[in-house]
Design a binder for this molecule. Structure first.
Ligand code: DAU
Length: 339
């Protein structure tokens, strides 16, 4: 199996490549990544000695870069390349539309022109929007409510339109909130772990009663691989961990595991604009393929904390420079007007 993986220097993409090379000895991977702030060569440093792996720097919006990366032929494209952080999409939506919508279109055109046998779009449960009760199924109407989720929904809709119109051999996975090693420290779990290691308070949005379903990155990556191999073309598959927790519960767990106190280390700050209250996924369809998550939430969270403790040399450089600018834009006023 020869794969073009886009965005493979990112969090989930790098885990996917490692898993595919480990579990499928005949697999070869070309990793096409433009190296934004979240595309980190250190995420794939251990793969560089593997002759089955190669890296190409390039943008999925650049047709020539995409076509040159598939020269020699590939059996499938797996698209992880995306702008993914909701808070950044609120500050600066344009990059999201470009990469998540236009980039997906450029890849789909390559699939059509070069008759690539499979295209898998890695998407998100956020496209379903806020789900007050129950769990989203793959046929539910999309009601995205942030610039990020709207851009991902735009990508998904194009992918499904290419199936309906051109019979392009596409698949879509919609994953829930993902955590684990190598996650850039701007999202809830890695931001809070690294703040707490550094004895800093964590900024909890609003009342903290928003609910997310958490999946370990290894389980998410395995789900993508299994859908790629066994999914039915033209279909969407939800990949959720089945671990619904409020942000307050997650925060209390992290504070306790890291030996801090909620009184001194949790700051309730101004809420995210348009903040979705709850996501939940029905994963029966992916489970019918034989996939199910294997890593329990408590164990996964503990081992993730241990990883961040043991790998300060990975995350500490990321918390300077660009991150500081972003952190100030996102949090300075919130921390001043803490609730
Ligand atoms: O559901 C899948 C999605 O999960 C992915 O598609 C996105 O790429 C990923 O970023 C994530 O989106 P969320 O917005 O749910 O993740 P985030 O870690 O940013 O936030 C999780 C929850 O924690 C959310 O309710 C907002 C809250 N939060 C987050 C941050 C960064 C806080 O209370 N304080 C914070 O500082």
């Amino acid at each position: 199996m020869r794969l073009l993986v886009t965005g493979g220097l990112g969090f989930i993409g790098s885990h996917f490549i490692r898993l595919a090379l480990r579990e499928r000895p005949d697999c070869r991977v070309v990793n096409l990544d433009v190296m934004t702030y979240a595309g980190n060569p250190a995420n794939c440093a251990d793969l560089e000695a593997d002759s089955r792996y190669s890296f190409v720097k390039g943008d999925i919006c650049d047709r020539e870069a995409v076509e040159s990366a598939i020269t020699g032929g590939v059996d499938a494209i797996v698209n992880f390349a995306a702008e993914t952080h909701v808070d950044r999409s609120i500050l600066d939506p344009e990059h999201f539309i470009r990469t998540d919508v236009l980039g997906t279109h450029v890849l789909l055109e390559a699939v059509r022109r070069f008759q690539i046998p499979r295209f898998l779009q890695v998407s998100t449960d956020e496209v379903y929007g806020d789900v007050a009760t129950g769990a989203s199924t793959e046929s539910d109407v999309l009601r995205p409510r942030s610039p990020y989720s709207a851009s991902k929904a735009g990508g998904d809709l194009q992918v499904l339109a290419y199936w309906a119109t051109y019979q392009a051999p596409v698949l879509v996975t919609r994953g829930s909130n993902t955590y684990g090693p190598y996650q850039y420290p701007e999202k809830l779990i890695p931001l809070f772990i690294t703040n707490l290691i550094d004895d800093q308070p964590v900024p909890l949005y609003g009342d903290g009663k928003q609910e997310r379903d958490w999946i370990h990155v290894e389980d998410h990556a395995r789900g993508i691989l299994e859908v790629l191999e066994r999914g039915e073309i033209g279909n969407v598959y939800n990949l959720g961990g089945g671990n619904n927790r409020t942000n307050l519960e997650i925060t209390q767990l992290l504070v306790r595991e890291l030996g801090r106190s909620a009184d001194t280390h949790v700051t309730h700050v101004l809420d995210r604009e348009g903040h979705d209250r709850r996501y939940a996924l029905d994963t029966a369809k992916a489970r019918k393929l034989g996939w199910s998550p294997r890593i329990g939430f408590q164990d996964g969270l503990r081992s993730t904390i241990e990883w961040y403790r043991a790998n300060e040399s990975w995350w500490r450089p990321l918390r300077s420079g660009e991150f500081k600018d972003y952190f100030n834009r996102q949090y300075a006023h919130r921390l001043v007007t803490a609730l």
